[in-house]
Design a binder for this molecule. Structure first.
Ligand code: ACO
Length: 434
């Protein structure tokens, strides 16, 4: 199969149409509506200024660039489903690896399929020794997200067959490798920042338990993670596993649209996730709660947010205009974690901040509710993670989603290299003075 050859082709029948009257010349145009959308290509047939009419949509607020069968969100109702399954059920009844399988394959695995899948992932958790050396070269205080992003990109140089993205077998092998190696690289990044020796994977342990082993093992012969903490982190990974066309996933798809290998695409996704308006928000939430410091300072802080001095981190979402269902589940996970670690004092500030914000006109009228990042950092901190690691944990969880979306884009006959248009606002033609 050639790189350009997609495996699926679908055409959606129009379910209605939109008549647009151009008041510049009185002409009317009929734009077919299929799957609840008109196409920009049809709109573009209407004359614009130099070229056909464009729709200007910074941040893609109302532009669907892909069709996807992976994740469904109803932001007004606070619904999130992976492949049709409500996030609440998946978080309660499945492991992260089962959910990863679901995202990638469309169905939950049978017992036999799960055993094979877990075995495959487990046997790819080790990284080449040169990766260890590579990571060793980072400064002692390098941010682990920077280390993760660069190391994931570097993996492409270790697996040149990753370029064969049109062949299912090597494509699937890289997917397994990425899911398997993310925790190893993440743990190495953490150990590096602490000046601790790197700990190799323990293949007797399940996915998340092994991650804890690589993070925290010291002199004991065999590390035995606390099952409550391992389970809690597994649930957090599930909650982060996919979220349809968010900033990092769209980045992965955009890079993938040029037919890059998946390591390069996922490294770009890590870069997008790093930003404080996206995955970096959980780090910012912790810093904000520490900055507030005590419950009595919340009103003053909220007043400054309302004046526009800064944003309340962990609040608001492009899609959810209701409570983020993941935030609700995370609150329950927090209670379980605190039975082991003791209560994080920042929780009191967070709960009070949420209460005040949810009763305040500004937040109510702007439909600003806590998002997934609001409580996750408090749990991570209680578990012993430094704030710099929070977004790295998000990246581990999001990896199956990135890969499922990357592969879906690759196999979608409608997809083309991503190349938005612009509205040029610069100078007209001019010449350099003689
Ligand atoms: N605090 C205060 N005001 C806010 C906040 C906030 N956290 N979020 C949005 N607003 C206000 C804006 O000031 C704006 O007000 P205005 O219309 O009066 O000017 C309005 O709400 C709409 O905001 P936009 O930035 O246009 O909304 P957008 O959909 O582009 O942004 C985003 C969504 C980036 C998540 C935003 O809510 C935000 O910055 N939140 C804080 C960062 C955060 O928690 N990010 C994590 C998101 S979840 C995730 O990525 C995993």
């Amino acid at each position: 199969m050639s790189i350009a050859e997609p495996v699926k082709k679908e055409t959606a029948a129009a379910t209605g149409s939109l008549t647009v009257k151009d008041n510049r010349d009185g002409k009317s145009y009929e734009l077919p509506i299929a799957r609840g959308a008109i196409t920009a290509a049809d709109l573009h047939k209407i004359p614009g200024e130099d070229i056909g009419l464009l729709n200007y949509d910074p941040g893609f607020m109302a532009t669907a660039a892909v069709k996807s069968a992976i994740t469904y969100i109803d932001g007004d109702k606070g619904i999130l489903r992976y492949r049709g399954y409500p996030i609440e059920e998946l978080a309660e009844k499945c492991s992260f690896l089962e959910v990863a399988y679901l995202l990638l394959n469309g169905e939950l695995p049978s017992d036999q399929q799960l055993a094979t899948w877990a075995d495959e992932v487990t046997h790819h958790t080790f990284v080449h020794e040169n990766i260890k050396e590579f990571m060793h070269g980072f400064r002692h205080d390098a941010h682990p997200m920077g280390m993760l992003m660069s190391t994931v990109a570097a993996l492409s140089t270790f697996y040149p067959e990753a370029k064969r993205i049109a062949d299912e077998k090597p494509r699937r092998t890289q997917i397994v490798r990425l899911i398997a190696k993310m925790p190893t690289i993440a743990a190495f990044a953490y150990r590096h920042s602490r000046g601790l020796p790197y700990v190799y994977p323990d293949n007797d342990l399940a996915y998340t338990a092994n991650f804890l082993n690589m993070l925290w093992k010291t002199t004991e012969l065999k590390y035995e993670p606390d099952p409550i903490l391992a389970h809690a982190l597994d649930v957090l990974f599930i909650l982060h596993a996919d979220h349809e066309q968010n900033c990092s996933t769209s980045t992965v798809r955009v890079v993938g649209s040029s037919r890059s290998d998946p390591y390069s695409a996922v490294a770009a996704g890590v870069g997008a996730l790093y930003g404080p308006l996206h995955g970096g928000a959980n780090e910012q939430v912790l810093r904000m709660l520490e900055d507030i410091g005590s419950v009595d300072r919340i009103p003053e802080y909220v007043a400054r947010v309302k004046k526009g001095e800064f944003r309340l981190m962990g609040f608001g979402h492009r899609v959810y205009k209701n409570y983020d269902p993941r935030a609700r589940i995370i609150k329950k996970v927090a209670d379980q974690v605190f039975t082991v670690t003791g209560r994080n004092p920042l929780l009191d500030i967070a709960i009070e901040l949420e209460k005040i914000a949810l009763n305040d006109d500004y937040f109510v009228s702007h439909k600003l509710y806590p998002n997934v990042d609001f409580y996750s950092g408090i749990i991570y901190q209680a578990m012993g993670f430094p704030v710099e690691m929070f977004t790295v944990l998000f990246a581990i969880g999001r990896t199956p989603g990135w890969l499922a979306q990357w592969e879906e884009g690759l196999l979608d006959a409608d997809q083309k290299i991503a190349r938005p248009r612009q509205i040029y606002t610069g100078k007209g033609e001019r010449h350099i003075a003689e």
